[in-house]
Write a protein that binds this ligand. Structure first.
Ligand code: MLT
Ligand code: MN
Ligand code: ZN
Length: 303
């Protein structure tokens, strides 16, 4: 299978339009060794032709424009996107659906909780019903599996994660199973597996099992420290309040991934405040020493 990283940044991207933090200021001025990043999305295919879009980023137009394999090939209107899977209802993962409104009905796979958010607090499914319509396909939240007709040779397993629903969700302060999911993508013919969880607040037993069984993990790289946004005066929220596990410190992602020996380990959904974006930083070096890579826009993973 092939995974294309369409966008490796967290909400806001890097640099963020209004941000003058240490990272954003320096990348804009060309004074930092590092890469710009669009907002969180990947695509997966087993034949390099029929793709599942996983999350739909506000930056999708540029992401598709930079990726010939997914562009129209046959007939007047066409796309390599055969279906869309959403892992939550966050702005950075769903707004791109609005940019796909000129197409055929969209087959969207997501949990019932996400469907509810996208018809109430952020009603883009309702809005799209006036353009292309959305066919909602519910996905399991207990680790159960399913296949998607046009995406040959891949099987998907989805399971609820302890994370957070977005601020506009009717149950933001009343977590429900299915607000967020972790995803295993398995190639049926080869048995190869990827574990994808860009929003990972807590390492539950099933998360660890999925990471240990995977050939590649693509996991939450949002923050370096728990108080990063507070320390930089960017927000009053801790990483945990936003449903993200930081990389550094006791119990952080570096420690967690140390136990994961088989898989290629890649961080994704990296926030613009994170020091790992600076390739000359101590934090960046520490990651590389731990055998952990940073996803970047355009990265392709062949398994
Ligand atoms: C998050 O995952 O917490 C988001 O990136 C926040 C956002 O999109 O505003
Ligand atoms: Mn996000
Ligand atoms: Zn910034």
């Amino acid at each position: 299978m092939k995974i294309r990283i369409l966008g490796s940044g967290a909400g806001g991207g890097f640099p963020q339009w209004n941000c003058n933090c240490h990272n954003c200021k320096r990348i804009r001025a060309g004074e930092m060794t590092g890469k710009r990043r669009t907002q969180s999305s990947i695509a997966v295919s087993s034949d390099n032709e029929n793709w599942l879009l996983i999350n739909a980023s506000p930056d999708i137009r540029a992401q598709l424009g930079a990726f010939p394999a997914i562009q129209p090939k046959h007939g007047l209107r066409d796309t390599g996107i055969k279906a869309v899977l959403l892992i939550d209802s966050q702005i950075d993962h769903t707004t791109g659906l609005l940019m796909l409104r000129e197409g055929k009905p969209l087959d969207v796979y997501c949990t019932e909780m996400v469907r509810q958010d996208l018809t109430t607090g952020f009603p883009i499914f309702t809005m799209l019903s006036h353009y292309c319509t959305v066919n909602h396909h519910p996905v399991p939240i207990d680790g159960g599996s399913f296949t998607i007709p046009a995406i040959a040779d891949l099987r998907f397993y989805t399971q609820a994660l302890k994370s957070k629903a977005p601020p506009y969700s009717p149950h933001r302060h009343d977590p429900h199973d299915g607000d967020n999911i972790g995803l295993v993508i398995e190639q049926i013919s080869t048995g190869k597996r990827v574990y994808y969880a860009p929003g990972l607040g807590e390492i539950e037993a099933h998360v660890m099992t999925n990471m240990l069984n995977a050939d590649c993990v693509l996991v939450d790289g949002t923050f370096w420290t728990e108080d990063e946004m507070i320390d930089l005066s960017l927000s009053k929220k801790k990483a945990a309040e936003m449903g993200h596990l930081p990389q550094s410190g006791h119990g952080g992602m570096i420690e967690v991934l140390d136990k994961v020996t088989k898989a290629r380990k890649i961080l994704i959904h990296i926030n613009n405040s994170n020091p790992i974006l600076d390739e000359a930083s101590q934090a960046h070096r520490q990651l590389l020493q731990a055998g952990i890579e940073l996803a970047y826009d355009g990265l392709e993973i062949d398994l």
